[in-house]
Design a protein around this ligand. Structure first.
Ligand code: UDX
Length: 443
């Protein structure tokens, strides 16, 4: 059995650590933020992710999962070290590799035996080799000659479904430079290998590109359907039926063809900008991806413009009260990173409207991300309180809770009856359409 060290307990690192322990490995999860580690030791998760708490408790209890703050202990006690630190975007869209660099430096300083160093963070092509050089430099300084291997093993988990995605992934991609490293990685993922999950063994660079290309492709798909939805609105067509008709073609597939207010989250906005930047540094231009980025910005803008224009027909927008249902970038997460709600709320407030908001999990983060306009936003305890005195409901994120809301109760407390369904949750619900002045996205 291999001892696994995971450096960085963000979304990817933490879920990976818990799942590796569930797969039967001895796992150390390490983070420099000691408060986070202390909480994790007590079973307190820093994120909301369905199913994670149960697995965390179980594996901490069994002794397979431990939490450390000491880098050297983690490195010395691990055979396989996963780098799962953040790679936030810099001003110019390129990925900031300072944390990856710092960890690689520490590995070079503390490494005491053969290690497989695995990159889980989404990093620009060439980072594997860059990590290799930094580790080697550290060993050279210490006058040591210790063998090590670098592996790129991108993560494809979705927030809100992270546990399921890690337990039953569509594929495992391993970019490696040696057969020895590939064999060790197969042992690490023994459970998946036995379960016949497809494994793809590639070079480091190819694995690094697979992650960016996958995320960029999905972002393009969403921007594409959002653009078609704008046209569907104009010509009187129905985007859900269009998407269904398109998706019946196996070459297209129906997945990721749901029109909405634009994509958000910690991956698509960051990774599309990063791949465009990587292309620039190599003298290329990603025309399709850059168009998807622009279309996503336009989509958010279109949503706010439509709301402002429509509500203004009845109430001056400066007097309008607009209710937001759902703030997180998608359901089943508290993550607000690049959530479309942020840009849309800002535009509505800029126009003069006041906001009443409710989200099952996203409000804590929304409060600090929207601190500068806090005077214009009232956070409410449920969807009904949020609707009180409102001119319009804006369904921003498709939490199940909203699907089951008693809409007659909602309507009874509203002042006007606009309903902007930015996720097309109620698009086929005749009752809702009769009850409210309803509009969806492309239907
Ligand atoms: C994504 C990738 O799916 C995952 O493989 C990768 O590892 C990380 O990035 P995540 O960001 O967690 O995962 O969420 P995802 O479910 O992919 O949704 C991303 C955004 O696209 C959300 O804002 C979502 O609402 C939006 N989306 C998704 C659409 O607007 N329409 C769709 O059809 C699908």
């Amino acid at each position: 059995m291999k001892n696994i060290g995971i450096i960085g307990t963000g979304y990817v690192g933490l879920v990976q650590g818990v799942i590796m322990a569930e797969f039967g490995m001895n796992v150390i999860c390490m983070d420099v933020v000691s408060e986070k580690i202390e909480k994790l030791k007590k079973g307190i998760l820093p994120i909301y992710e369905p199913g994670l708490k149960e697995l965390l408790d179980k594996n901490v209890m069994s002794g397979r999962l431990k939490f450390f703050t000491e880098m050297h202990e983690t490195i010395e006690n691990s055979d396989v070290i996963f780098l799962a630190v953040g790679t936030p975007p810099k001003e110019d869209g390129s990925a900031d590799l300072q944390y990856v660099k710092a960890v690689a430096k520490s590995i070079g300083e503390y490494m005491n035996s053969y290690k497989v160093i695995v990159n889980k963070s989404t990093v620009p092509v060439g980072t594997g080799k860059f990590v290799r050089d930094i580790v080697q430099e550290g060993l050279d300084k210490r006058g040591l000659s210790i063998e090590f291997d670098i592996v790129s093993n991108p993560e494809f988990l979705r927030e809100g479904k992270a546990v399921r995605d890690c337990l039953t992934p569509d594929r495992v991609v391993i970019g490696a430079e040696s057969e020895k490293a590939v064999e060790i990685m197969k042992k690490v993922y023994d459970v998946l290998y036995i379960n016949q999950t497809p494994f793809l063994i590639t070079s480091l660079e190819t694995a690094e590109m697979i992650k960016y290309a996958s995320n960029a492709f999905l972002a393009v798909k969403i921007s594409f359907i959002n653009e078609i939805a704008l046209l569907a609105d104009k010509v009187g067509a129905n985007i859900q039926e269009i998407a269904r008709g398109m998706g019946m073609d196996g070459r297209i597939s129906s997945k990721f063809l749901h029109a909405g207010p634009g994509y958000g989250g910690s991956c698509f906005p960051k990774d599309t900008k990063a791949i465009a930047d990587i292309a620039h540094t190599h003298g290329e231009q990603m025309l399709v991806i850059e168009a998807a980025i622009k279309a996503n910005e336009k989509q958010k803008q279109k949503m706010s413009e439509r709301i402002i224009y429509t509500v203004s027909q009845e109430v001056p927008i400066e007097n309008a009260i607009l209710t937001i249902w759902g703030l997180s970038f998608k359901p089943e997460t508290d993550d607000m990173r690049d959530a479309p709600s942020i840009d849309i709320i800002r535009a509505l407030v800029r126009a003069g409207a006041r906001i009443r908001a409710y989200c099952p999990e996203g409000m804590k983060e929304a409060k600090w991300r929207l601190k500068d306009i806090e005077d214009y936003i009232e956070y409410c305890k449920n969807e009904y309180e949020a609707a009180e005195g409102a001119d319009a409901i804006i369904l921003m994120t498709e939490w199940h809770q909203f699907r089951g809301a008693y809409l007659d109760k909602v309507k009874a407390v509203m002042k006007n009856d606009y309903f902007f369904d930015l996720r097309n949750v109620f698009s086929k619900n005749i009752e809702v359409k009769e009850m409210f002045k309803y509009s969806g996205v492309g239907c």
